[in-house]
Design a protein around this ligand. Sequence first.
Ligand code: ZN
Length: 378
Amino acid sequence: MLLLKNADVYAPEPQGICDLLIGGGEILAIQPHIEEAGLPVQPDVIDADGCPVTPGFIDNHVHIAGGGGEGGFHTRTSELDIQSALRAGVTTLVGVLGTDGIARSMEDLLAKVYALRNAGLSAWCYTGSYHVPIRTLTESLMRDIMLIEPIIGAGEIAVSDHRSSRPSSAELARLVADARVAGMLSGKAGVVNFHLGDEPAGMEPLFELAESLNYAKTVLLPTHCGRNKALYEQAKTWASGGGTVDFTTSSVPQFVKNGEISASRALDEFIREGIDIAFMTWSSDGQGSLPLFDEKGQFSGLTTGTCQSLITELKSALALGIPLETALAPLTVNPARMLKLRRKGNLAPGSDADIVIFDRAMEPETVIADGRVLFSPA
Ligand code: ZN
C-alpha cells in the first residue's frame, strides 16, 4: 500500500488538499485525511507537501518504436526512452507507426507496447501507418482490432499530405467503417487517427466522411490540427460540431514561423470562443520525425518530437491564465473518453493509480504508474 499525503488534488477537477490511498495498482480512497494507524498494513508514505497532484498523462500519439526518417535511412528516429515519457508525466501511451510502414512494422510497434508494459507503463497502439491500404499484423484491420488486445484502432492514416498515398473517399469510408465495427465487437474505441498534412484540402476528406457516415465524429481522431491557420479553422468547425481534434505539442521555430497554432493557444481560443474543450486532446508526436521541406518540397532538415513538449504546452497554458484543471483535460479525461480507456485519466477510487506529483515550478517530480513509483527525485 502507498499513502500519498497532503496532495493538492486535481482529479482533474480541483479537490483541495487530500490524502490518497493506493493498493493493488488502483486508487482505493481520496479523503481529506487518511489515518495510517487505521490501515490493515503499514503503507509506504509520500508527502506531497501541498503540491499539485494530477492523473498521469495520456499521450495518444507517440512513435514509440521511432517514426519517419525523411532524410534517408541515417535519419530514422530512435525508439522512445521510457524515462523521457516519465519525466513528462506520461503514464499511458498510444503507439503509432508513421510515414514509414515498410522498414518499420506492426510487429516492432507491438513489441515496444509490450516493452513499455513490462516497464510498468500502460500502452496500446493503432494498426496501420500513413498509407492505404494499411499494413496490419493479421492482414485484416478488423482482425487486428478484435483479436490483438493492445490494438485499439487504426492510424495514423495520412491525408492532405505530400507523403500520403492519396486514398480515395471510398477507401477511407471502408477503413473507418471496419474500425468502428471491430471496436464495437471488441469493446474498444475503434478510432481512426488521421494525420493531417499541409495541403489546402486539410480536413475536407474528413468532412466528406462525416456526410456519409453519421457516426464519423465519434470515431475519427484527426491530429496535427494546429499545423496551419486554415487547418485550425476547419478543426474549430469540426469540434463545434462534436468531433474531437488533437493538437500536437512538439514543434520547431520554423513551424511557428509558418503559422502553426500551438496547443496552448488553441485551448485558450476554444475557451474564449465558447467551443467545448471536451473535444480537444493533446499529444506529443514523441519520437516522430519533424521534417522540414522547402517551397519546392525538398527535404531540408529534421528534428524529433518529444514527450517533454506536453509539459512545455501545459506551462504555456497556465501562463495564459488557463486554470490547471482546464489545461489538464486534453491530457487526461478527454483522451480517456475518446479512446475508451475507462480506468485512465482521472483520480477517483477504482481508477488506475497513475499519478503525477508536480513541484512548485510545475515539473513532474514523482510519477506513479499502476501504483508503483517509477520516477522520483534523484
Ligand atoms: Zn503525423
